[in-house]
Design a protein around this ligand. Sequence first.
Ligand code: PBG
Ligand code: ZN
Length: 322
Amino acid sequence: MDRTRRLRMHPVIRKMVREEHVRIDELIYPMFVIEGENICEPVNSMPGINQYSLDRLNEELDRVKAAGVPAILIFGIPAHKDEVGSGAYDEHGIVQEAIRYIKREYSDLLVIADVCLCEYTSHGHCGLVKNGEILNDETLPLLAKTAVSYADAGADIIAPSDMMDKRVEAIRNALDKHGMVHVPIMSYSAKFASAYYGPFRDAAHSAPGFGDRKTYQMDTANGQEALREVEEDILEGADMIIAKPAMAYMDIIKEIFLNYNIPIIAYNVSGEYSMVKAAAANGWIDEKKIVMENLTGMKRAGAKMIITYHALDAAKWIKEEE
Ligand code: PBG
Ligand code: ZN
């Protein structure tokens, strides 16, 4: 007679039959670099997360290194924004300078550069705007230019998050033309128009000035459409696929996992982080247990890697368990 509890009785057996593990090697930590000097500005809606100017970035990078987290995802906050987001593809833009600094001082850290225009445009949209419409094809050359300039500064991976159609193809072609055939593209393929990005937009100063992102990010109800996005990006040359948000979209991660043979990254986004931090601060939940349970769920769904603001804490907790 089958009794599934038999394998749960001994802690050693429980460990032996454990199917999934969150590994430090698979964690990616997002960081916000802001133009200016002597800045370490807390993001109010994201306790524990700060914006750093380049001259103080070492404080946070030292913590990343000490935690053993192998990779970071960089977002830039420029001092000046304009209609065409020129700060994104400025050779001496904040992200370009940050990448050069990190690759020089922390050479074994993997640097992933988020490519988008919303942090750099005065209207806060991810693409060019004309008569209130977010333009697609006109935006592509700017994204490609941004990607090339990040790769040129030393970015190890390019991660386009804008959700314009055909941007992976445009970026791949541009990288190849510049001899950067070995720079991988980690594409935000299944990216939903989610309210969970709210705290991020405080952190990155990137809330849209009018309207919303629903004409380019996906409708939150559409699972099948997510697979079309993934298929399209793979055909265009994506090497890895990001799904986000993670927790309310675990079905999407699983579907991608079952249908495609490509590494998947779950993005445990800002709102998911803030909810956990708020409940933990109130003593309503056990932060460590909840975070590890959430991250384990992402692995179980099929994620290979996880982008999370909890990365430094999670790495510490994983080490403690060993
Ligand atoms: C920029 C971008 C966003 C996030 C990652 N890249 C915000 C947005 O699309 O508005 C969200 C990340 C998070 O919430 O943690 N396009
Ligand atoms: Zn954007």
